[in-house]
Write a protein that binds this ligand. Sequence first.
Ligand SMILES: [Zn+2]
Length: 297
Amino acid sequence: MSATRLLTDLRAMGLRVVEEPGWKTRGNNWAVDGEPEGVMQHHTAPPNPFPIKKLYGPPLFRVKANVATHEDGVLFLIAYKACNFSSGRGMSVILRDNIRKSIAPTRNATKRGLKGGNRHFWNFENSHPGDGSVIPQIQLDTIIVATQVVTDHFGMDPEQVISHAEWTSRKIDPNWNGNNRIAIKQIRSGVAGTPPVVQPPPSTDWTEELIMALPTLAKGDGFASEGKAHTRPDVANAQGLLLANGHKDQNSATPESATDGWFGRGTDQSTRDFQTANQLLADGIIGQITWTVLLGQ
Ligand SMILES: [Zn+2]
């Protein structure tokens, strides 16, 4: 079992996964024998889509979820290790607090043999208003498939998947497709069954849209203006693609200097070389056609 293995397995199921920086080592050590005892499902409060950084970032840096899902079916990896939910008074105090708060699981939870509290669970925060409204199919499929992968990874069975509402009567989440009882039943039966095929969004549209949104670049872009250095990340991206396509800036000794974000004489030449090699008009201008070939589309 490792974070890397989990990532491989999630991607193998066709999920669109975004790794939040540091997720593999984020979180506390699992309390019991080094493993979570179940998976807990939540919905976030609005705004939707929910800002992922809120689940682990500033100002408090408390880890509130292991993974999150958005309406478009993207799965975000936040922490491989245990979450904590309580206020920021210091780690060990938080953990003791959590144990104290969670000593009374509901009948629903005990029936499933679950008794350890929030920090003993692998937590899913799902971006949804929580008003009982319908959840997008792609998001529900993503939740089911990802929950299946996580339960397999830790050797759990579907009965160890629980809603926050089943854990404590103070909560109503996740509340979609009618109510939280329907929501969690759909997840559990999905996890117990054949994995749904997560339908990726139409792929032609997004590359076309992406390419149309890219700027036209040419010599002089990213150069200092009014005495101020002004390197451009889009120029650096184009330089990186030229380099990856084997067209190195002759004036630059290292990959770092070849992707410095300044469209100078060297970048102009490597652009023309790339265009010539690909039977494009060798004008040194990176527009939609050159971008399309650079991106391998
Ligand atoms: Zn919750």
